[in-house]
Design a protein around this ligand. Structure first.
Ligand code: SF4
Length: 391
């Protein structure tokens, strides 16, 4: 059994083991019960004016999203940030890897701020750079590394993106995973294998349902086991080496709830994100990114019924915005992304009021070498031919 160097609390950076939640907020964090929080946020935002640009991910709480200058998925938001070079402060209401991507794509003088450093991503944390480097060495020892192309989902840390940049790989999003995998499989001849990080479900769903590979050609690399838990034969026969990672939100949806809802609701449309398990995706009517889900609901006819398998804040917001459609959540239980929900109004106000005072808190900075290597992988993605039909 190999030992694993996982830190005790891998969410975000700058952890403080003595604080209850793992991170410290220097100064006074406003009380959640403060009735003036909305007014304080509004006043601070007004004072900062054009120096401030607030990005809000679709999965954020309404109390925060109301202050976002733009909303979107992680990649759209990073690009939106890059399109505002005049903004001195980019406050990212999202999670840590998203703020890193924004830092990579923005200028050296722009400061990217994550209001709560505990807003990590459990999926991104499932692939640590030391684990991935060890896997890469194991693939070399197994004699297959020279035909392996690493592909990482946007939902990964900057150092995993940089690893892909250094090793001939690429970044992908849930919108362009098919195009990115297609590109990757052409890079090392007909024997090319892809090491897909860190979401096994997006990798499997894309390889099998969009590129036509069989489930037998997809193997799962478990970083906690020697050689990923794979035999030499399994590795030799694989085309997709899927990292054993998943989204703790999308991984919850189950195929039996789809059956249950279909039995209860006539003409139900099931719409899910490709981070869902393969059995769930197989039973869905439509599969696509958060942007695709939003556009699909906007275009849906009045009176139509939809069960949606993605984060609950977004599903609730869609239901509120489209009262003429019957929109329901594809899980029996509440299913928020707990780390996304760390960004609340008290942290948002705290971050903005500090900026008004000239104090930059919770800045997310990627070191220059990691940034350069990650940019290589991101640029390969931007250079991919065409666009996915799910853009
Ligand atoms: S929804 Fe899933 S992938 Fe997105 S931030 Fe939360 S844990 Fe990470």
């Amino acid at each position: 059994m190999t030992t694993v160097d996982l830190p005790l609390l891998p969410l975000g950076r700058g952890t403080d083991a003595l604080s209850e939640r793992g991170v410290d907020c220097p100064g006074d964090l406003p009380a959640p019960s403060d009735p003036d929080l909305v007014a304080r946020a509004r006043a601070a935002k007004e004072k900062l004016g054009d120096r401030l640009f607030v990005l809000g991910h679709h999965y954020q709480r309404d109390e925060v999203i109301q202050f976002a200058d733009v909303t979107g998925d992680s990649f759209k938001l990073a690009r939106d940030a890059a399109a505002r070079p005049d903004a001195e402060y980019i406050v990212f209401c999202g999670v840590h890897f998203m703020a890193e991507s924004a830092d990579i794509l923005t200028g050296p003088d722009q400061k990217v701020i994550l209001p709560d450093l505990a807003a990590g991503c459990s999926m991104a944390d499932m692939a640590r750079i030391a684990q991935v480097e060890r896997a890469w060495e194991a693939l070399a020892a197994a004699g297959v590394q020279d035909v392996v192309v690493p592909v990482t989902y946007m939902n990964s840390s900057a150092d995993i993106k940089a690893f892909c940049g250094r090793n001939g790989g690429v970044v992908c999003t849930s919108s362009n995973a098919e195009v990115a995998l297609d590109w990757a499989f052409q890079q090392r001849g007909e024997d090319t294998k892809v090491l897909f990080l860190p979401d096994q479900h997006l990798g499997r769903n894309t390889a099998v349902l969009q590129l036509g590979y069989s489930l037998d050609e997809c193997v799962v690399w478990n970083p906690l086991l020697p050689n990923g838990g794979l035999s030499a034969e399994e590795l030799a026969g694989a085309r997709m080496i899927l990292w054993k990672g998943h989204c703790s939100v999308h991984g919850r949806f189950s195929a039996d709830v789809i059956d249950e809802l279909r039995a209860k609701v006539e003409d139900l449309n099931v719409l899910v994100h490709p981070e869902c398990q393969h059995e769930v995706v197989l039973k869905a009517d439509l599969v696509g990114s958060t942007e695709f889900i939003i556009k699909t609901i906007e275009a849906a006819p009045a009176g139509s019924s939809w069960a949606i398998g993605t984060e609950l804040n977004l599903v609730q917001r869609l239901a509120n915005a489209h009262p003429d459609k019957n929109i329901m959540f594809l899980d029996r239980n509440v299913c928020y992304c707990s780390t996304m929900n760390r960004i609340d109004l008290p942290h948002f106000v705290w971050a903005l009021e500090n900026l008004v005072e000239g104090v930059v808190v919770n800045q997310i900075e990627v070191d220059p070498q990691t940034e350069a290597d990650a940019l290589t992988a991101l640029q390969r993605m931007l250079d991919l031919p065409g666009k996915s039909h799910r853009d």
